[in-house]
Design a protein around this ligand. Structure first.
Ligand code: PLP
Length: 475
């Protein structure tokens, strides 16, 4: 009997959380239940997810920026079908496949001319690990500097770049040489560290995933100058910001940077097949693959697989054809302006910031007396609970999926697919306005949600005092 996937899915959809509780990460199941995220999605198209009753949910999370071209895009689907129909030889390994050559060509058409050598892998963190190896091999230096509040992935090397204990706790020791973190805008500290001339690379996300932070002034440009002066490579982690997310092809373009290495993943394959890439200067690349006996010294089995490569070609074509970068810039500006306009009405909103369609809405203590008390109560337990309350209500009342931006931050982050139009902007802004209006009613149903979080968080704290109280805070 062949596998009848359609029948299996039709028969068993709805068992999702039970199966995960039994066989996968039951802590995540519990957390999703607490925050009301335990939905069963049956189908997806474009900017929307649909549940088993065919109710639409507006996806302002895009699978953490994987579905920039929207979900289940027909051009990506066709590319997959074509690869399968052609019975192509896949991952022969001891050959040079056509599709990986074509995708490398397509990527380097879009990068500045000096970034002309590509290495394919399977994920963002893998791209980062590879980039750091390339930097060490090229400079023969050990240290790596990164920024505070950075996120570069959760394998040990990438993790070593991050100061966030919520992610590192329990996994040490990490790489000692990589644990110097620079505050955004602290050019003096950066200069001092680089002057030691033992730093292989300085790593930045042009717009940080956690909280959408970026320098207001010329910190990046000055950092690049200092890197050049002291022989340090500049690595831009474009895993989230690359390929249109920020309203430009790459995030570094906002600061006219010329990084030595960039990393890509997430939306590179249009959302279907894992795919990551390192794009480097050829001279840097060759320092890793420096002799015949080192020709596969850095490699990964599935790196150049045909499905990922074909999807990559399709995704890049869609980004151009549908003018998604221009759309991201326009819709992003509209969203930021319209959310910012809510500040006069809702004193909870501290700041709205972002570039293109990576946007953070940061909250702070409201000015109204009664609300101040409620706010303080919630924040005694965990800094992120107000933002979590907003995210939960956005989903349960308005069926709009968003996320909390990171641990210990009162920030809601939105990452809509780059295909959204004014209709989706209207839906989001009206929903946020309504949820924040509900937040102004204390006591009221919104604060009951908050109380439930507090209860869950306190239970969690009692069980394992080391854990953050927050049910779920992701990047
Ligand atoms: N770098 C950045 C900027 C990211 O946002 C992420 C993931 O969120 C990663 C690296 C890690 O990517 P992956 O989850 O594919 O390993």
């Amino acid at each position: 009997m062949p596998l009848e996937l359609k029948e299996i899915i039709a028969a068993r959809l709805g068992e999702n959380y039970e199966l995960h509780h039994k066989h996968l990460n039951r802590t995540l199941v519990a957390a999703q239940r607490v925050i009301g995220f335990d939905k069963v999605y049956a189908r997806a198209e474009g900017a929307y997810l649909y549940d088993m009753d065919n109710r639409a949910y507006l996806d302002f999370l895009s699978g953490y920026s994987v579905f920039n071209v929207g979900r289940n895009h027909p051009v990506v689907k066709k590319a997959i079908r074509d690869v399968l129909d052609l019975d192509l030889p896949n991952m022969v390994q001891m050959d040079c496949s056509l599709l990986s050559g074509l995708l490398a060509e397509a990527i380097t058409k879009r990068t500045p001319p000096h970034l002309d050598a590509v290495f394919f892998c399977n994920s963002g963190t893998e791209a980062m690990e590879g980039a750091l190896k390339f930097a060490r091999a090229a400079t023969q230096r050990k240290r790596v500097l990164s920024l505070e509040s950075a996120f570069h992935g959760l394998s040990l090397g990438s993790l070593s770049l991050m100061g966030c204990e919520s992610f590192t706790e329990g996994f040490g020791p990490l790489m000692d040489e990589w644990d110097t973190r620079i505050s955004l805008d602290d050019i003096d500290s950066l200069g001092r560290e680089l002057a030691k001339r033992d730093v292989a690379a300085f790593v930045i996300e042009p717009v940080q995933g956690k909280g959408c932070k970026y320098p207001k002034g010329d910190f990046y440009q000055r950092a690049q100058e200092l890197c050049r002066k002291h022989g340090t490579l500049l690595i831009c982690d474009e895993v989230q910001t690359g390929l249109g997310r920020t309203g430009k092809m790459f995030g570094f373009e906002h600061w006219n940077l010329e990084p030595d290495i960039i990393t890509l993943a997430k939306t590179l394959s249009g959302g279907y097949v894992p795919c990551g890439a390192i794009v480097a200067r050829r001279d840097i690349y060759q320092k890793t693959f420096s002799r015949m006996d080192r020709c596969v010294v850095h490699s990964t089995t599935f790196g150049r697989n045909n499905l990922a490569m074909a999807c990559g070609l399709a995704a890049l074509e869609i980004i151009d054809d549908e003018k998604l970068i221009e759309n991201a810039a326009r819709m992003g500006e509209m969203l930021i302006q319209r959310i910012d306009a809510l500040r006069t009405k809702h004193s909870f909103i501290k700041e709205v910031r972002g570039k293109g369609l990576i946007i953070a809405i940061e909250f702070h203590e409201p000015t109204e007396f009664k609300l101040k008390m409620a706010w303080k109560l919630l924040h005694k337990v965990d800094k992120v609970l107000f933002a979590q309350m907003v995210v939960t209500q956005m989903l349960s009342k308005h069926r709009i999926l968003t996320q909390v931006a990171g641990h210990a931050m009162d920030v809601v982050k939105i990452l809509p697919p780059l295909i959204i139009g004014e209709k989706e902007v209207d839906l989001f802004v009206a929903a946020l306005d309504d949820v924040l209006t509900d937040c102004r009613k204390f006591p009221g149903p919104m604060w009951e949600i908050g109380q439930n979080f507090v209860r869950a968080a306190m239970g969690n704290k009692r069980a394992t005092p080391q854990q953050p109280a927050t049910p779920v805070a992701s990047v």
